[in-house]
Design a protein around this ligand. Structure first.
Ligand code: C2E
Ligand code: CA
Ligand code: CA
Length: 386
């Protein structure tokens, strides 16, 4: 970063100049003025430690005021490039809030001076960010109002030809938009910490489902596999909370499984901790979406997953010819080598299921076996595949 020195009376920048830099005042004083001559108005006198001209860093708009040294001054120059990257990396919602404040400030400034307020056209990014704020607040309401639902999708044990468990999948029937994909709102909930109460809600839903199945005399009791997001993993008490819920419901720890996506394994130390806590408690853990997250395969050998869920992309490859099948076969032997059970997701055709059988894959999941359904429907029809 460079320095700039100004003599008293010298101008740092003028109204309408492009705003390429901001300045940190190291010594001296700078006056911010709008208008000229008779109508000139002082907005602020700034001294050591204050920032000058930082507004342009946020949205790259021309200067709305003139800055003049009223004493000899030394300034540290902060180039736009230094800050632009940081601004771009901040949460888009925070950026939109900041941008909104800035626009309001400029409009106020113009009104004060009897000028037309600058046109404020929200850009696509702002609109998306505001949309997110709305969606997040609606999601919060849905959580409080218990309008988030859990659907269960059967996990079929190929060799035993029965449904061994279910994956718990969240559903949100949005009042205006109808059903929204969890892919959209789970990512949003993860950006904020809303995923933590949403995750707790799903844990409770899963436990309630198991209790309902037990009450119906469904036996042996299937397990429920629960998706855990990265943010949830960082919550210290997650595993203990799950153990407490299971105990309160008098359910064995084998009644649940946790699903951790492959991309989360990048946080290797955290995942290793969670795995050992689960192992100690007897809770099984699955590695989800395998084959999409570029695992560090050497880590994979050290992490003891009970199940590896092979992503549905590989199921699609089965029928596309020799290469797809060879890939799946290679992944299945890799899973076997690390001592885990394989599950293939996205099984939609009998030929795909047959391929799993021939490869000795333990579990299959997909629309062929059963779509995700609400608990009530699962209880009414507990044998989706005959
Ligand atoms: P996932 O964990 O990979 O879940 C499987 C997804 O594949 C589900 O999508 C399921 O409906 C879909 N699926 C199952 N069988 C088939 C099939 O035969 N063909 C096709 N094309 N798709 C199939 P869904 O329910 O939309 O969930 C999307 C993702 O959202 C999940 O992917 C999971 O990552 C996340 N998710 C869902 N529920 C939760 C939750 O409670 N907590 C967290 N953290 N994430 C969740
Ligand atoms: Ca999953
Ligand atoms: Ca998956």
């Amino acid at each position: 970063m460079s320095r700039r020195t100004l003599r008293a009376g010298e101008t740092l920048f003028r109204e309408h100049d492009p705003g390429r830099s901001a300045y940190l005042i190291e010594s001296g004083a700078i006056r911010i003025v709008v208008g000229q001559g008779e109508s000139a108005m002082t907005l602020a006198d700034l001294g050591a430690g204050d920032l000058v001209g930082e507004m342009a860093m946020i949205d790259d708009a021309p200067r709305t005021a003139t800055a003049i040294a009223i004493e000899d001054a030394v300034l540290l120059v902060i180039d736009r490039e230094h800050l632009a990257e940081r601004v771009a990396q901040t949460d888009p919602v925070v950026r939109a809030l900041l941008g909104g404040q800035l626009k309001r400030y400029r409009a106020m400034l113009a009104t004060m001076r009897g000028l037309d307020a600058p046109e404020t056209i929200a850009d696509a990014e702002d609109i998306a960010a505001i949309g997110k704020i709305r969606l997040e607040s609606q999601l919060r309401d849905a959580l409080i109002g218990r309008r988030l639902e859990m659907h269960l999708q059967p996990l079929y044990e190929v060799t035993q030809q029965h449904v061994a468990g279910y994956e718990a999948l969240i559903r949100w029937n949005h009042p205006e938009r109808g059903p929204i994909s969890p892919a959209e709102f789970i990512a949003l909930a993860e950006e904020t910490s809303l995923i933590v109460p949403v995750g707790e809600y799903m844990l409770q839903q899963a436990i309630d489902a198991l209790v309902a199945m037990r009450q119906r005399g469904i036996g042996p009791l299937p397990f429920v596999s629960i998706n855990v997001s990265p943010r949830q993993l960082r919550e210290a008490g997650l595993i203990q909370a799950l153990i407490d819920l299971l105990q309160a419901a008098e359910l064995p720890t084998s009644a649940v499984k946790l699903e951790i996506t492959e991309s989360q394994v990048l946080d290797y130390a955290k995942v290793a901790d969670v795995l050992s806590a689960c192992r100690e408690a007897g809770i099984r853990v699955a590695l989800d979406d395998f084959g999409t997250g570029f695992s560090n395969l050497s880590h994979l050998n050290e992490l003891r997953f009970d199940t590896v869920k092979i992503d549905q992309a590989f199921a699609r490859g089965i029928e596309s010819g020799g290469r797809g099948m060879a890939m799946l076969e290679a992944i299945v032997s890799l899973v076997r080598a690390i001592g885990a059970d394989a599950l293939v997701e996205g099984i939609e055709t009998p030929a795909q299921l047959e391929a799993l059988r021939s490869l000795g894959v333990r579990y299959a999941q997909g629309y062929l076996i059963g779509k995700p359904l609400p608990l009530a429907q699962v209880l009414g029809d507990d044998a989706p595949l005959r």
